[in-house]
Design a protein. Structure first.
Length: 414
């Protein structure tokens, strides 16, 4: 088949790669001049297979006042007179309970495990140089209460097959010596040996090269405008450079997906969640980061990428545009100094902001639609890098008409 993929971020490109590997010809179109510039370019870099619990959980409703009133909250709601935001927020709160959060976690763990099975062999087999490290992940908690909640989550996930270890403060420092100066601010942590880190943006660039070398068609600076649909399904994709015809169409356009899907009568409950990162090079005498770290107090992640460290955080609901407020960058720099003890950082901090396409439940939408020839791979939120390979495999199964290796019902378009 000839398959048109809309979107050249990590989701679209990974899908294109696996579809091409099954013998399909692929055309990937991207509205930007560079691939991977949406939520992929400088995201948190963590391949966080065991930490997939959704943002919508029972802890959110009691914290609603702080989301409006606390200026520096890691999770911030920018209220807008926008019915789309209101509908999304209502659905988000409807899912913010323990039962729904656990159901979502169970589904995402299976999808993340499927991703782990394919993404790291892809990186190694294709010789992609994206600073992939398999150093595990350590999440550190600030007090006994948050650590107890983390222990409960570890016990729940153990019943689903996850292998994680709860650590004392001293054991956290033993696993990651870079935390020594921060030790008195943490009560303990959760260690997962199977997690990894890699530069998603660099992965996108090099994977696109492999796709083109094998005959794939990558068209940058080409914007999709609408689907041409009749009773038989999608007839063509209309773009700013004329129509594009294929046997099947895969929508993987991140935050741009809802508007395009609507032209085919498909309603996608996706809303952008803005996040920020910096990529820093610490002073030569700093302790080298060995593992990925998440500071639960700040909601900031640290991922080793060669001689640099990716520092990322914040979730802003309703923050439009890709502007980068200096206060957010200062907060990330402060986190790097306090948590990792970076007394000196070179001046090239590479600030970045991106809009992550999120569903209210936290579950992506993958597979067939009621419109013939149209498929979806959208709504991964902050887990696009982690879930990309597994999601691509599910798309391949859907297009081939195969029985998938995991239950796809949690991700099916309703």
């Amino acid at each position: 088949m000839h398959i048109c993929i809309i979107g050249a971020g990590v989701i679209g490109l990974t899908s294109a790669y696996f579809l091409q590997s099954e013998g399909h010809s692929v055309t990937v179109i991207e509205r930007d001049a560079v691939m991977g510039q949406g939520a992929s370019a400088a995201n948190g870099a963590q391949l966080s297979y065991a930490f997939v619990a959704p943002l919508a959980d029972a802890s959110v409703p009691p914290r609603l006042p702080s989301l409006f009133l606390t200026r520096d909250s890691p999770l911030k709601l920018h209220f807008r007179f926008d019915p789309v935001q209101w509908r999304w927020a209502f659905e988000f709160l409807r899912h913010a309970n323990t039962a729904d959060a656990r159901k979502t976690t169970a589904g995402l763990l299976k999808l993340a495990e499927l991703s782990r099975e394919f993404i790291e062999p892809l990186i190694e087999g294709e010789g992609i140089d994206c600073h992939c490290t398999r150093g595990g992940k350590l999440v550190v908690y600030p007090d006994a209460r948050s650590l107890r909640a983390a222990q409960a989550q570890v016990l729940y996930q153990a019943g689903l097959g996850s292998r994680q270890t709860v650590l004392t403060r001293a054991q956290c420092v033993e696993h990651e010596p870079a935390l020594e100066a921060y030790a008195q601010r943490i009560a303990g942590g959760v260690w997962t040996a199977s997690d990894a880190a890699a530069d998603c943006g660099e992965f996108c660039v090099q994977l696109a090269q492999r796709i083109v070398q094998r005959g794939g068609d990558l068209q940058l600076n080409r914007a999709a405008t609408r689907f041409d649909v009749d009773a038989a399904g999608v007839r063509a994709l209309l773009t700013d450079q004329g129509p594009l015809r294929a046997d099947a169409y895969l929508l993987a356009a991140g935050v741009g997906a809802p508007a395009l899907a609507a032209t085919a009568g498909i309603n996608l409950p996706i809303y952008p969640l803005k996040g920020y990162s910096i990529t820093v090079r610490p002073a030569f005498d700093a302790i080298r980061l060995q593992t990925s770290i998440t500071d639960a107090r700040r909601k900031v992640v640290f991922a080793p990428l060669g001689d640099r460290v990716r520092v990322a955080g914040f979730i802003e609901i309703g923050a439009e545009g890709d502007d980068i407020p200096p206060a957010r960058i200062s907060a990330l720099l402060d986190a790097a100094r306090e948590v990792l003890g970076y007394a000196a950082i070179d001046g090239d901090i590479r600030p970045w902001a991106g809009q992550r396409p999120a569903t209210p439940s936290g579950r992506p939408i993958i597979g067939r639609t009621p419109v013939e020839h149209l498929y979806l791979n959208v709504g991964h939120g902050a887990l696009g890098w982690t879930l990309a390979a597994g999601s691509a495999r599910l798309v391949c199964d859907a297009i081939a008409g195969r029985t998938p290796t995991i239950d796809v019902r949690p991700y099916t378009y309703q």
